[in-house]
Design a protein around this ligand. Sequence first.
Ligand code: DP6
Length: 333
Amino acid sequence: MTDRAVTAVAGTNIALCKYWGKRDAALNLPATGSLSLTLAELGTRTTVAFDLEGGAGAEDRVVFEGAPAAPAFAARVSAFLDRVRARAGLRARARVTTDNSVPTGAGLASSASGFAALAVAASRAAGLALSPAELSALARLGSGSAARSIFGGFAEMARGNAPDGADAIARPLAAGDGWDVRLVVAVTARGEKPMGSTAAMELTARTSPFYAAWVAGADADLGAARAALAARDLAALGAVAERSALRMHATAFAAEPAIIYWNPATLAAIEAVRALRAGGTPVYFTIDAGPHVKALCAAADANAVAGALAAVPGVLRTIVAAPGPGARVVEET
Ligand code: DP6
């Protein structure tokens, strides 16, 4: 038998209730639950083939956007594949090809879509038939936010209580199905962010005096977000999204040394969202571990929101993203 190549795609997701901190680093278990929207436009396409005739000796070969992947990235992929191999009883090395449909150099490349696509492609290529819940737990081992991209639309990641992480998985929130919202991304910088999420949340948890308060407030935000989704109340959902993002960043500002992801255009874009709202457009911002601003609004307002954000000094480009499906296999040869 020769190796089977499986290609999977996944959309990235943007958290409206943020995940920021772990209760177990080895199993990558989150300190709190989180809630997000999986996007159609921005994602990852990954092909995995295990080299069943090549023996166990060689290295995995990881190609990112047409070139051999950087060593740190390749090592993270290999460590993830080791878990898949262990589960499938495989020793074969793999060939992995991965491409992001995020503009290169925009600083938006996301481990969420990356590890969701890798979990789906690698598990299938290894001959495993995992349920969505099992795929979510597997993807979480690569990156916490990836657990949510297994599902489309709105998804909630549970903190879980089991020591082995079996219940630290995401689930789709049917209440949000078909809600025609958009996330307008305002790109405010080029290139990679200065500190990745994993290191930044670890530093925050270890040194920020606000971290305990952040964790303590998460359940209330999740409850409010669920209720807002059930009621299709954009203003209520937006209010939760803004306070979750601001509190996450406030905990990071208070870390030592301080973690400041924002640039002047970040603040200007926040101001633009607030001005739009004051003018009667229901639009709400969120910000991840970087300087870009993502604005949540109704589909009908997305072009106007994108236009207003594009006019903000320092905003390099805008991308309008719609809700999208969960991670899935698209090709098998
Ligand atoms: C700010 O999922 O990238 O985007 O689990 O260490 O890989 P690791 O972290 P990651 O963190 C995401 C942080 C965030 C908020 C969120 O997506 O919930």
